[in-house]
Design a protein around this ligand. Structure first.
Ligand code: GEK
Length: 261
């Protein structure tokens, strides 16, 4: 008796935004539809996403030590999570710190994201001092802080606005504070870049993405997600004043850099 080859079942619910041919033309935006599938999508499409998040509290322990004054007069470590989406970075930090030690300010421009982040963070960490703010990070004033997280966010800003945001972060950080900047990058060398991009698509295939989903997302992100090279990131960090910054993580075309003030 011949047995038919088992087909891999793929839950299309999670990839709804990129599954119809028409979506190829649609511009990517962080709306309700993206929010619904976001945690699954980001884990399956960003190499190292979980590992980078897991290290944030480790870095915070080393570099944040109650420098800032909270409203109640207590000293807290103030951390900004810029472009927080559903608050995964804030959630990871809250899970590793006592409520009285930490003040988190999580900012995102998308109301669909911040509405959901507010619910998730307040349900999971009701005792923690976490403020979720709907705003454009280009417009917000930053209070003095000990750590800033830009996890896959700078890449969505127009290239011309990136320096100003980093200057603002540098000015707000206290001496000894850190910025953790995680980004998708491209390689300067075309051949290397082609190899990295192809292996990145292999990574997505291995995580269950179909060809249509991969090409749909690539088209939707065109002109929305603009990558820099790793050298450009380091040069920009130097330009805004960071004297020391190093690449602590790289997985294919995704990198994370820590910059020390
Ligand atoms: C995570 N950090 O899960 N101001 C504020 N937010 C913005 C802006 C802006 N100008 N532009 C884009 N965003 C998260 C993941 S996702 C990465 C970050 C991704 C927001 C946008 O609304 C979205 O929520 C986030 O930046 C990027 O650790 O989807 O690849």
């Amino acid at each position: 008796m011949s047995q038919s080859k088992p087909t891999v079942k793929h839950d299309t619910l999670f990839d709804k935004p990129f599954t119809t041919p028409l979506d190829k033309a649609s511009r990517f935006s962080f709306d309700e539809q993206v929010v619904a599938c976001f945690p699954d999508m980001i884990r399956r499409s960003v190499p190292g996403y979980g590992q980078v998040l897991a290290m944030l509290p480790v870095f915070a322990r080393r570099h944040c030590k109650y420098r800032q004054q909270a409203g109640n007069g207590q000293r807290v470590s103030r951390i900004y999570d810029l472009g927080c989406s559903l608050g995964a970075a804030s959630m990871t930090l809250a899970g590793e710190f006592e409520p009285q030690d930490l003040q988190i300010k999580a900012i995102d421009i998308s109301p669909a994201m911040t509405t959901e982040a507010t619910t998730l963070l307040s349900e999971n960490y009701p005792e923690h001092d976490i403020e979720v703010i709907t705003a454009d990070i280009r417009d917000v004033e930053l209070e003095p802080c000990d750590m800033v997280i830009l996890n896959l966010t700078l890449q969505f800003l127009p290239a011309a606005d990136r320096v100003a945001v980093l200057e603002k972060i540098y000015a707000a950080l206290s001496e000894g504070g850190i910025l953790v900047l995680t980004e998708k990058t491209h390689a300067f060398d075309e051949q290397y870049d082609a190899w990295l991009v192809e292996r990145y698509y292999d990574f997505k295939r291995a995580n269950g993405y179909t060809e249509m989903e991969i090409s749909g997302k690539r088209n939707a992100l065109e002109n929305v997600l603009i990558t820099d090279t790793l050298d450009e990131h380091h040069a920009r960090l130097s330009d805004v004043g960071f004297k020391r910054h190093l690449t602590w993580f790289q997985f294919l075309n995704f990198v994370s850099v820590v910059a020390f003030k």
